[in-house]
Structure formats: structure tokens, C-alpha cells
Design a protein around this ligand. Structure first.
Ligand SMILES: [Zn+2]
Length: 1003
């Protein structure tokens, strides 16, 4: 076919297609510039790859031609969304830089690197005159973002708004199997730079569109590898994406609280340094486009109501316009609650911007597939009047059409209302500063006499990274506090109604020492600090039963650091200075003497110190003691021989206080720099990824092994002292069995075809699990003196396969502890695992497991717990013994009694010829337990808490010469649970002395 004929045909078909649509477009202000030529070849391909006409819109069913600006085809070899094309991040960047070179309307900025050193970029698209004024515009936006700079003057703000243009920040493919965004954003950038349609010209002239086309760069490249492997192996199963980023997978979108990942920090810094108004994150899951920002309740309780209105405005406009284009399956409501501030897009919500998120439909790659939906996906609901089709062919091009159409509609709406949104940006910032005199609180105070100044400094540094200003009191100050009312959380008697609460609490005062830190709420980013430091309450009877994520994240509790919410505005008048630079805890050697002492306060940097001084002999005190006028906890470090310079350098760098005194007389044992292995499965690596991340951050070295390595190594003890087996989330049997062995091997390794796989770890076949040989190797490892540390479902695994005699687990029936924070009580403070902790600790919890303890191998203790046997029908009152008639009365022996977290004492009947009785020094030792029902609740949602109350939570279970340390909770959760890390570090550093302080019960 010659070109002319092709053109005629195309023009003809275009007219046919658009005859109806054109009037709609004009009506909506989306009409095209009729004089701008179309890239016919590209346009033809768009139509070819779009599986139904109604899966496209007049905004994206053509591509405008440009004589000098290259289209995505220049890099992809085909159009965006073409089947079989999944570009690497570098290809996407190459294209964006080609655009930058060819068009004065595009600028590319490097915004940092990933954990594996790959670059992240942000691409700004706007008219050349706008791009030339970026810096002066930023200076104006900075004033709107911090109204203190204009003395909160609304008139001045109006002038600034009139002169400023807003920034709309779009981020793509944070979730690596959600693959469509990069090509959609390549084409979007092209359209915004080239298209002369009046509405696009207006967007270009009125605002800056900022685009990070790939957020999870490491994971994107691995996904592209997997897809290429799939293309090269037709008809075979392809390996699952077991690693996305270096540490975590889907949870990379839960990091906006802890800011542990570089991608989060890079996006946060870009958002706040550009003073952007919107952060719009692109995802793929449900058909065909769900604007889940509007979502469903409960909404996060700390965001400004101005923002929740903005969600509605932009979201509904999106649905409305796409509905008019006839695109099915576009909706805004749905069961996503907007409670947790952990999502990437929520950076905007908590920093006075607008958070937005699309879920579009994707095929997990660039294959075009027949997709059959389930009824709950295609059925019509009140908010989905034009639902998706029950069955349809779906292509990556369809996905790109939906993403771009929706984004163009959003940009157009946002641009039309740009001044309104800029004014709202100012108002939200101003209202954040006005917090103390409006809703409060006035400040959060972190007392200067906190026992854990290292963890306190770490928490404050996270807030600094969030953009918060931190102040430090230069003198003591006193504020009025509301006296705490009796606890009325779900842990309190469930029947207690609000009216039965005690009388109004009386005020009291509290004096904080000099050196206390203050997070003032009269600052522009007060909202994020308030959201993170406050407590959460999710009502057990909340109508939202499909809870999307964690219900609690209270940072002070999770860091084991005291944070005091102060509403008394007098706190703002305290003598204080702004902290310049990072908050650091005081460190170094403070006095002189023959022996160096470091108090064990469960500050995580103590673990760092132990490994930094790995060749230095350090002992742990087995009892508390006093020396040189200071009190030292159990577990405190005693160093007798060390280079004073080296110690000074390490401890001042880490912020650890050292006291040099005379040698104390106290029983000690060595604290070893144990050899640690972190063991992963090939089923799922995300939860253990958070453990690795924390270990790397704290420079605690470890060897990374898989369950397959454990199966191959009959002498694990030779190499390792401690093996950590973090939660897997797949059940005990799957850990043994691995993936089903049907079909072909699934390799995860570096090859020419898959250069980004392997490296973290590799295997020729991901399918085999630990297997029975691996289980035997683990048993041998522990019985020959090793320590195995397990958490949640890997604790279940250890119990199921008899590595923990005397421990059994139960599944909750009524309990709903959904990502909440619960109170633990220390049961055995002499256990090295509890060193540095007080008598209680708040821990992240997610529904158990519920441990039970017994003195026999088979479980069971005989008698009834608590001795509360109900008497049988007979004579007398409930407390009386029954008396058979016609014989003298006899006394029944007392039933054994024990607390819920304890094993019941053995009775004589059990002792007779019973090989299953566990010798007293081999019985499980409970270190922490869940608090009593009334004290259990700390933050989030707790329902049916009595089911887990008082049960053991952290157990040291001896096995042969070694130990299995079992956690019912996850002590390393999403970089948020820094207060519980040291339970694990204690087990590591004291691995060969875990029996220290143990009292054995001969019964
Ligand atoms: Zn996603």
C-alpha cells in the first residue's frame, strides 16, 4: 500500500471515528488543533493495539506529529503500550533525555539513586517560558508553602497565587508487576510537549507537569528481565518476581511513615523541594480505572478537610469526563479506606498537597490477553454505573489509553482551577501553622531524660526527613497537662459505654528538663508529625470491615520512646532553640577510670557498636548495678581492654555514652559479635527484607542464605551462631515443600537475558523448599548450640515441626488485632532477651499466633487453668464440695494453678512413667507476654483482645544445646518498630548465654 493511499484511508477512518466524539470534545474543551498533522503510522498502531474502540478516547486515539521531536517509537521500536515491549528504566530515561534535547519544553532532573545505585529522575514538562521561570516560581511557591514568611498575610498570598503556576507531580510503576505506567508516561510527556490542542497548550502554559516515570527502578528492571525471559521461553511458566526492590516488594508503598527506602525519600524530597501541589501515583490492579483517592472511609483523621474535598472534586471530574467518552469501568468509590499515611501518594496528603492514586488494569507484562473478570468486578454498583465488561481482550495499549486519558483530564481540570488549588495549598499550609490555636495540640515533647536517647534521636531524624522542624529546650519548662482518664480502649471492659467513663479529668502540671525536644505544631509540616506521633483508634464496630492496611503506627510507642502530646499553648513560649543539622544523641567517654561501662538501654546503636568493635572483649552484667554514681541495667556492657581512641571515636559517632569507672563487682558473661545468617525462602522475601534493611542500616553483618542453602549444608553450626527466619506468610508446609514441582524449572539468576536477576541471591530453580533434609539440618544446627529466631508464621513452623517442645500455637477465632499496637509485659527480666527493657513494651501485632506453654512434649498440663473448675450438680453452695451420701466426706486435692502464660505444674498422675516430661532446664522460658485485657490496647483496632491477652509473646525455647526464640509478633515491621529490634539483637549478642538468670522450676 502506498503512503498516500494509507493516509487517505487513515484520514477517512479518523473522521468516521470522531464524527460523534468531536462534538463531545468541543463541549468538554478537549478539541484538537485541526491544523496540526497527525503521526499516521503511530496513530495506526495505537488503533491496532487497542482491542475495542471504547477502550480509547479522542484524547489518545491519535498522536500529533512533530518534525523534530522523537516519539516513544524512537526508543521502543514501536508505540507506547505495544505488545511485547517492556522497556528498562534506562530506556525510558534515554527517551526522556531525547525529548529534553529535542524540545525546550522538557527538562530532566536526576533526583537520586536506588539502593542498588540506579538513577531516579523527574521530568518537567511546560512551555519554554514557564520552564525559564522555574526558580522564581519556586521562590513564590515556597512562600505559599510557609506562610510564616509572609506573616500569614492573605492579601500577599493572593498576589503570590496570581503570579504563580502550580506543579502536578506524577509517579509511575512503584509496583513492579504493574507495568503500564512507564510507556504511558513517555507518551504523555511527548503529548504535553508537542500537541497544539488548545487544552494541552493551556496546560503547558499554566502549570508544570512533573513526571517520575519509574519509582521502583531496581524492581522495574527485574520485571523487564522476567518479561524478556517469558518471551524467550514461550509455553513455559516464568519465575515470579520474588524480589522487587533490594529489600521489599509491594511494601515499598507503605514506607511514607518510616522513610526507610531511598525511593520514598527521593520522591518526598522532590515533592517538597518543588513545592508541588499534587502527588499522583499510578498503580494497576482492578478493571479498568479506579480513582481510589476518593475511596471509602474511614479517612485519615489528621488530614485537612480542604484536602478531602479536593479528592472529591478531581476524582469525580475524572469519572464524569471519561463516562462521557464512553469508556467503561471508570469509578471513584470503592472499599479502599484512606486511613494509613504509609502510602507514597500520602506524602502529599500530609505535606499540604493533594494525594491521588489510580488503579488501572494490567496484564503483568505487555502480552495482550483475554481477561475474564469475577462478578464482584463487573457487577454494577451505585458508584460504578458503567462497570467493566465480564470478559474482554485487554492490552497494555488499553492500559496506556486509560492512564493517559485520565491524567490528561486531571491535568486539564487542575489547570482550569489552578488558582483555586494554589490558594488551597496556601490555606492548608496556613492551617497547619495555626494548629496550636485551633484543633491542637500545641507541641509534642520528647523528654530530655528519656532512657533511650539513641532511639529518640533516630525518631527525631525521621521527622526531620519528613521536613519537620525540631527544637530543643534550653531550660526546664512546665506545662499544664490533662490528667489521663482511665483507659477506655477496646482493652477495657468491652461493655463500658462512654457514659460510664469517670468524671472529667483534672489538670495537672508537668515539668520537662532542659534538653527536651519539642516538635512545635505551629510549623508548615505539623500535620505529618501530628499524624505519626498521635494515637489511632479504629472502632471495633466501624462499618468498614474490609480493612486495607495497618490500623496503627504511633511512632513513639513503636520506638519505645516517650512522646508527650501537649495542648497547653504555653509550651510554645518555653526557652528553646531550633536544632540545626541532624538530631544526635550525646556520646563519647565522659570520665576516666580503669573500666568502661555502657548502660544497656535497648538503644539500637548498641548492636552497631558491638560489631564495630568486633575484636574487643565485651561482657554483659547479669544483674543491675551502680558504679560511679550511675545506675546500670542488666545487660550493660563492661569493656576492660580497648583502645581509648577507638572507643571514643565509635561512641561519639554513634551517640553512646560511656562511663569510665572502677570495675564493678557483678556477674557477667561475654557479649559476642555472633555470626548471623538471615534465611529466606523462594516463596516470598518481603517480610525478611525489612529485617535485612534494619540490619544493614545498623551495620549488623549477616550472611544471606536461602532454605535451599540450608538444605544443602549439613553443618550450619560451623558457619553460623544465629539463623534468623523472618515471617514468610505462606504456612509451615509451604516452607518445607516450596513451590509445586510441576512444569519447568524457574531460574532466578544473572544471565545475558536477565542481567538484573540474581545478585541478592540466586538459584537455578526457585521451586524446591527447605525439604525434610533442610529441616533436619536446622534441627541439628539448634541442638548443637545454635539459635534460631522465628516470628509469626515461622514460629508456627518451628512449633509444627517439633523444634520447640512444650510450646503449642492456636489460631484466633474472635480476635481482630489488625496491624495494631499492643502492650506486652516483661515476665522474665533476667533473660538476656529482655536486657535494656522496662517492665512493659508496645509491639506491632497482627493477630498472633497465640502461644500456649506446657511442661510436657505433647502439650496439655492436666487439671484446669487457674483451678477454676466448675463444680458438678450436687449439694450445697457453688463453693461447697459435693458429699456422696452414706460415707465420710473426703477432701479433693487442690488443682494445679498457673497464669495464662505459664505451663501448668505437673500433677502426680502425669509424672508416672512419662518420657514426655520436659526436664526443667529445657522448658520454654517466657520472656514477654501480652498484657492483661484491660491494659492490652495501645493504638489501632483491637477486638476480642481477651483471646490473646496474657498469652506468651516472646519465648526462649531450649532445644538440645541451643535455643529457638519465638515471637508471636513481628519485631521488625516496615522500619517502624525500632523499639522492639533489640529483643532480637539481645538474642543474637547473648546467643551462647541465653540461660543466664534462668530460674528453673522443679515442679
Ligand atoms: Zn500497586
Amino acid at each position: 500500500m502506498n503512503l498516500q493511499r494509507l493516509n487517505r484511508l487513515l484520514v477517512g477512518s479518523f473522521l468516521l471515528v470522531s464524527a460523534g466524539a468531536l462534538s463531545v470534545n468541543a463541549q468538554n474543551g478537549f478539541s484538537r488543533d485541526p491544523s496540526q498533522p497527525v503521526d499516521d503510522e503511530y496513530t495506526k498502531k495505537i488503533r491496532e493495539y487497542t482491542t475495542e474502540k471504547f477502550f480509547n478516547s479522542p484524547l489518545t486515539d491519535y498522536l500529533p506529529a512533530s518534525p523534530n521531536v522523537p516519539t516513544p517509537k524512537a526508543v521502543l521500536g514501536d508505540v507506547s503500550g505495544a505488545p511485547g515491549k517492556l522497556p528498562y528504566a534506562e530506556d525510558v530515561y534515554r527517551y526522556m533525555r531525547m525529548l529534553e534535547k529535542a524540545s525546550p519544553r522538557v527538562k530532566v532532573f536526576s533526583i537520586g539513586t536506588t539502593e542498588e545505585g540506579r538513577e531516579m529522575i523527574a521530568v518537567a514538562v511546560a512551555s519554554e517560558s514557564l520552564l525559564a521561570k522555574l526558580d522564581e516560581n519556586r521562590a513564590r511557591l515556597a512562600k505559599l508553602a510557609d506562610p510564616r514568611t509572609i506573616k500569614m498575610d492573605d492579601a500577599e498570598a493572593d498576589r503570590l497565587v496570581a503570579d504563580s503556576f502550580p506543579i502536578y507531580y506524577i509517579t509511575g510503576t512503584i509496583h513492579s508487576p504493574e507495568t503500564g505506567a512507564p510507556t504511558a508516561l513517555m507518551e504523555l510527556a511527548y503529548r504535553l510537549a508537542v500537541d497544539e490542542s488548545p487544552y494541552i497548550k493551556s496546560i503547558r502554559d499554566g502549570m508544570v507537569t512533573l513526571i517520575t516515570p519509574v519509582v521502583e527502578v531496581d524492581g522495574r528492571n527485574r520485571m523487564a528481565d522476567i518479561y524478556n525471559w517469558h518471551l524467550a521461553h514461550p509455553g513455559q511458566n516464568w519465575p515470579g518476581l520474588v524480589y522487587w526492590g533490594h529489600y521489599v516488594a509491594h511494601d515499598n508503598n507503605r514506607d511514607a511513615i518510616g522513610l526507610s527506602l531511598k525511593l520514598t525519600r527521593n520522591v518526598l524530597n522532590t515533592f517538597t523541594s518543588w513545592k508541588a501541589q499534587v502527588l499522583h501515583d499510578l498503580h494497576e490492579s482492578v478493571p479498568y480505572l479506579y480513582d481510589n483517592t476518593v475511596g471509602d472511609g474511614p479517612y485519615n483523621a489528621w488530614v485537612d478537610p480542604i484536602l478531602t474535598d479536593e479528592w472529591q472534586m478531581i476524582g469525580w471530574n475524572n469519572v464524569s469526563e471519561m463516562t462521557k467518552f464512553g469508556m467503561p469501568g471508570v469509578f471513584a468509590h470503592g472499599n479502599f479506606d484512606t486511613w494509613s499515611p504509609g502510602y507514597l501518594m500520602f506524602i502529599a496528603a500530609t505535606h499540604n498537597g493533594i494525594s491521588r492514586l489510580y488503579e488501572t488494569f494490567g496484564n503483568g507484562g505487555a502480552d495482550t490477553l483475554e481477561r475474564t473478570l469475577s462478578p464482584n468486578e463487573y457487577q454494577r454498583t451505585w458508584y460504578k454505573q458503567n462497570p467493566p465488561l465480564p470478559k474482554a481482550r485487554w492490552s497494555q495499549r488499553n492500559n496506556n489509553n486509560y492512564e493517559q486519558t485520565a491524567l490528561l483530564i486531571s491535568l486539564n481540570y487542575f489547570n482550569h482551577n489552578g488558582k483555586l488549588f494554589l490558594k488551597n495549598f496556601y490555606l492548608k499550609s496556613k492551617r497547619s501553622i495555626d494548629k496550636p490555636k485551633n484543633e491542637g495540640p500545641a507541641a509534642y515533647v520528647l523528654p530530655g531524660d528519656d532512657p533511650r536517647l539513641g532511639n529518640q534521636a533516630e525518631l527525631l531524624r525521621t521527622l526531620q526527613t519528613q521536613g519537620c522542624e525540631i527544637h530543643r529546650a534550653t531550660a526546664p519548662f512546665t506545662v499544664t497537662m490533662k490528667k489521663k482518664a482511665a483507659r477506655r480502649g477496646p482493652g477495657a471492659a468491652a461493655s463500658a459505654s462512654p457514659s460510664s467513663s469517670p468524671a472529667k479529668p483534672e489538670p495537672e502540671t508537668r515539668t520537662f528538663p532542659a534538653g527536651s525536644y519539642l516538635v512545635r505544631m505551629d510549623q508548615p509540616y505539623s500535620r505529618i508529625a501530628d499524624a505519626l506521633l498521635d494515637y489511632q483508634y479504629w472502632a471495633p464496630n466501624d462499618p468498614q470491615t474490609d480493612i486495607y492496611d495497618d490500623t496503627a503506627w504511633t511512632m513513639g510507642e513503636l520506638a519505645n520512646v516517650e512522646v508527650v502530646r501537649v495542648t497547653d499553648t504555653k509550651v510554645l513560649d518555653a526557652a528553646m532553640e531550633r536544632v540545626s543539622g541532624e538530631v544526635r544523641s550525646p556520646g563519647g567517654v565522659n570520665s576516666s577510670g580503669s573500666v568502661y561501662l555502657i548502660n544497656h538501654n535497648a538503644d539500637n546503636v548498641l548492636a552497631t557498636l558491638r560489631y564495630r568493635l568486633k575484636d574487643v572483649t565485651i561482657e554483659a552484667a547479669e544483674e543491675p548495678f551502680e558504679a560511679g554514681g550511675h545506675k546500670f541495667n542488666r545487660g550493660s556492657f563492661i569493656i576492660r581492654k580497648v583502645s581509648a581512641d577507638e572507643l571514643q571515636r565509635a561512641t561519639s559517632d554513634l551517640g553512646i555514652q560511656v562511663f569510665a569507672t572502677d570495675a564493678p563487682s557483678v556477674k557477667t558473661h561475654p557479649v559476642k559479635a555472633a555470626r548471623v545468617a538471615v534465611m529466606h525462602t523462594w516463596l516470598s522475601t518481603q517480610d525478611e527484607g525489612w529485617w535485612r534493611l534494619a540490619f544493614d542500616q545498623l551495620q549488623v553483618p549477616f550472611t544471606y542464605i536461602s532454605t535451599q542453602d540450608a538444605a544443602r549444608d549439613a553443618d550450619l553450626r560451623r558457619k553460623y551462631d544465629v539463623i534468623i527466619f523472618a515471617p514468610v506468610g505462606r504456612g509451615a508446609a509451604a516452607i518445607i515443600n516450596g513451590l509445586p514441582m510441576y512444569g519447568n524449572p524457574l531460574p532466578w539468576k544473572t544471565t545475558a537475558l536477565t542481567p538484573n536477576l540474581g545478585k541478592t541471591d540466586e538459584t537455578d530453580d526457585m521451586r524446591p523448599g527447605l525439604g525434610w533434609v533442610g529441616l533436619m539440618n536446622l534441627q541439628k544446627f539448634v541442638s548443637s548450640g545454635g539459635v534460631l529466631i522465628t516470628s509469626m508464621d515461622t514460629s508456627d513452623f518451628a512449633v509444627s515441626y517439633n523444634l520447640t517442645p512444650g510450646v503449642s500455637t492456636g489460631r484466633p477465632n474472635r480476635l481482630r488485632a489488625i496491624g495494631d499496637i499492643l502492650r506486652m509485659k516483661t515476665v522474665d527480666s533476667a533473660s538476656p532477651i529482655a536486657y535494656g527493657y522496662g517492665d512493659s513494651l508496645a509491639m506491632y501485632c497482627s493477630n498472633g499466633p497465640i502461644f500456649n506453654i506446657s511442661n510436657t512434649v505433647g502439650g496439655g498440663g492436666g487439671g484446669r487453668r487457674g483451678g477454676g473448675a466448675q463444680r458438678a450438680t450436687g449439694r450445697g453452695t457453688p463453693d461447697d464440695p459435693d458429699t456422696p451420701q452414706g460415707r465420710p466426706p473426703v477432701e479433693a486435692p487442690e488443682l494445679p494453678r498457673a497464669e495464662v502464660w505459664q505451663a501448668l505444674p505437673l500433677v502426680d498422675e502425669q509424672r508416672r512413667n512419662n518420657g514426655g516430661i520436659i526436664p526443667p532446664n529445657q522448658r520454654p522460658r517466657v520472656v514477654l507476654r501480652y498484657a492483661d485485657s484491660r491494659d492490652l490496647f495501645v493504638s489501632g483496632l483491637l477486638d476480642g483482645g481477651d483471646e490473646i491477652a496474657q498469652h506468651a509473646a516472646v519465648i526462649d525455647a531450649p532445644y538440645g544445646n541451643g535455643h529457638v526464640v519465638l515471637f508471636s509478633t513481628n519485631p521488625f515491621w516496615r522500619g517502624q518498630t525500632k523499639g522492639s529490634y533489640f529483643l532480637v539483637f539481645n538474642a543474637i549478642l547473648n546467643f551462647d548465654n541465653l540461660n543466664a538468670g534462668r530460674k528453673t522450676d522443679e515442679k
